[in-house]
Design a protein around this ligand. Structure first.
Ligand code: DMJ
Length: 640
């Protein structure tokens, strides 16, 4: 607000002293903020609210209730006549259009034959998981999903090119590799058993003090380690443990919890974990919980731009955007995979609309040197400052671009374009070669390079690897080489430490080459990114060095992070007298151990032809047109 100086009025302003003027202004701005904030507490039907917040209103959602026609009617109805929040199923006219973005012709003959050949092994797998499978069959009775516009698990299963668990649970034929795989499975069981014994239902295990950790990332939500472990337990065939986890979800997962939670963390761990569990097992419970939770995340998008706030209250009230600061690229840019699947499962277009709106804004906005800065205002839609990083704050935004493209069965051309132009900008501005010949990703601060690479940035080896094949033909080998070089550098950050585990961040200046120079960067919290890149690079090249590097990591984890009651992060990777941080992160169970297990498995365990992993390593299926049309072929149905 600007006060003009009026003629004849003293410099102190309209007879008021400076301090009085200040107090008055303070009062006035407080009043305006209060009034605006109060808008969020008004019922949706109040006109004033619609005038100010019309652009960002969310549609109420209910899973699997109400007929499709009713739902379409609901969307056409004028807003004044809408049902109260949560009462109506809101499928929309745009759903077909949005879905058609990800439809492609049916599967190939060869792929079907391959699946036919794998039939016997599949039967065995089915037997070993008989309890779960029979539940999923119940959930997918012929009537379920009969409507071609609703999701049918049975059809979905038939549309996979390969069995998710491979011919023999991905068991490698080489005995040494199999032994290593068994070791990883034992680590998972050990981590899980201790979590169950000392921290059951809490978010994470504190392995030294033998108790649970709740923290403040998930608001009132509990059981992060349970949800993050579901799919890992399942693919490892730890069925007793998986069944305990499932039962906990059934009886104890409470989604109506007050308290501010990170939208990003809840999405990647809880929504992602539940979605994967559903797709792998067919248990309706997981689908319903995922969609119920997804609905609770929608108010985060109630901002003037539709760019969500970073925090959300999952309870019955919300502060709206008034309390928002900047939104973080890696947070609002890491929703796409899960939200598109929420739309697929609920037939409600709103989730896809929300993330498409983010995509649209990012596509339109001017980017310095083609780069995406880490902070954006959800109010103005402008970048807040110019810090660019492929590590923390930026990382999974880039990951979700290429994975959105892959998950759409390669039909999402916008995601493809955005990914490859971002990668070009990254190569031109961030990728560096150290004096010792190591390729790394620096950080960019308004044009000035910070020669530091975070552990988080090490996921980029895998990301560039999986995207290599769809780049311009002349760039494909180059991308694969770049992926290998970055993975090599990240391995060096491990190899150059005393414990053979990598620091949180390592530098390439002042004589440093892939080592941490600051005390505060020396810790390792059981992160997965380096191992994640080993796993992808193994799948892409079958170079045995990646399995060897993975095994080095297993040995180091066993030696330095395994304690009597679980696994713990360590405070300094450069000293052999380790100090533990007393935390078994939930991503250790969902990512680190899963990627290790996959690294020592055959490629047909969660094959990349059918699955993309979300940023918390939860596998989500590639969405094919045939999910809905039914134009694909189960094992017993002949190819036509
Ligand atoms: C995980 O929660 C996810 O991988 C996220 O994208 C980044 N950080 C952690 C693991 O380090």
């Amino acid at each position: 607000m600007v006060f003009r100086k009026l003629p004849g009025v003293s410099a102190s302003g309209m007879g008021l002293r400076l301090s009085q003027k200040f107090v008055f202004l303070l009062f006035l701005s407080g009043l305006v903020t209060l009034c605006f904030g109060a808008l969020f507490f008004l019922p949706d039907s109040v006109r004033l609210k619609r005038i100010f917040l019309s652009k960002t209103e969310t549609q109420p959602v209910t899973v699997g209730s109400g007929s499709e026609n009713d739902a379409r009617e609901h969307l056409k109805r004028p807003k004044d006549q809408e049902h109260p929040r949560g009462m109506t199923s809101a499928k929309g006219e745009t759903s077909t259009k949005l879905k058609s973005l990800s439809r492609k012709p049916p599967v190939s003959h060869e792929a079907t034959e391959e699946r036919l050949a794998g039939g016997k092994a599949q039967e065995d797998l089915t037997l070993s998981r008989s309890k779960t499978e029979s539940a999923s069959e119940r959930a997918t009775s012929p009537d379920h999903g009969a409507n071609s516009d609703t999701f049918s698990y049975k059809k979905f299963k038939r549309c996979l090119l390969k069995h998710p668990l491979g011919r023999d649970n991905g068991k490698p034929s080489d005995p040494k590799t199999n032994e290593r795989r068994e070791k990883v499975k034992e680590m998972m069981k050990f981590a899980w058993d201790n979590y169950k014994r000392y921290a059951w239902g809490k978010n994470e295990l504190r392995p030294l003090t033998r108790n649970g950790h709740i923290g403040n990332m998930f608001g009132g939500l509990r059981g992060a380690s349970v949800i993050d472990s579901l799919d890992t337990l399942y693919i490892m065939g730890l069925m007793e443990e998986y069944n305990d986890a499932k039962e906990w979800v059934q009886t104890s997962l409470d989604l109506n919890s007050n308290g501010e939670a990170s939208l990003f963390e809840v999405n990647i761990r809880y929504v992602g974990g539940l979605l994967s569990a559903y797709y792998l097992t067919g248990e309706e419970l997981f689908k319903n919980k995922a969609v119920e939770l997804g609905e609770k995340l929608l108010p985060a998008f109630n901002t003037p731009t539709g760019i969500p706030r970073g925090v959300i209250n999952l309870g019955s009230w919300s502060w709206g955007w008034a309390s928002a600061g900047s939104s973080i690229l890696a947070e609002f840019g890491t929703l796409h995979l899960e939200f598109v699947h929420l739309t697929e499962l609920s037939s409600n277009p709103i989730y896809t609309e929300k993330v498409m709106n983010i995509r649209k804004l990012l596509n339109k906005i001017e980017k310095p040197h083609g780069l995406y800065p880490n902070f954006l205002s959800p109010v103005s839609g402008n970048w807040v400052q110019h810090h660019v990083s492929i590590g923390g704050l930026g990382d999974s935004f880039y990951e979700y671009l290429i994975k959105s493209y892959l998950m759409s069965d390669k039909t999402d051309d916008d995601a493809k374009k955005m990914y490859y132009s971002a990668l070009e900008a990254i190569e031109a501005n961030l990728v560096q070669k150290s004096p010792g010949g190591l390729t790394y990703m620096a950080e960019w601060r308004g044009g000035i390079l910070d020669h530091k690479m975070g552990h988080l940035a090490c996921f980029s080896g895998g990301m560039i690897g999986i995207g290599a094949d769809d780049g311009a033909p002349e760039k494909r080998q180059h991308y694969l080489d770049l992926a290998a070089e970055i993975t090599h550098t990240c391995h060096e950050s491990y190899a150059r430490s005393a414990t053979k585990l990598g620091p949180e961040a390592f530098r390439f200046d002042g004589g440093a080459e892939a080592t941490a120079t600051r005390l505060s960067d020396r810790y390792y919290i059981l992160r997965p990114e380096v191992i994640e890149s080993y796993m992808y690079m193994w799948r892409l090249t079958h170079d045995p060095k990646y399995r060897e590097w993975g095994w080095e990591a297993v040995e180091a984890l066993e030696e330095h992070c395994r304690v009597e009651s679980g696994f713990s992060g360590i405070r300094d990777v450069y000293t052999m007298t380790v100090s533990h941080d007393n935390m078994q992160q939930s991503f250790f169970l969902s990512e680190t151990l899963k990627y290790l297990y996959l690294l020592f498995s055959d490629d047909d365990l969660l094959p990349l032809e059918d699955w993309v992993f979300n940023t918390e390593a939860h596998p989500l299926p590639i969405i094919r047109k045939s999910f809905f049309s039914g134009e694909c072929y189960g094992l017993s149905i002949p190819f036509q």
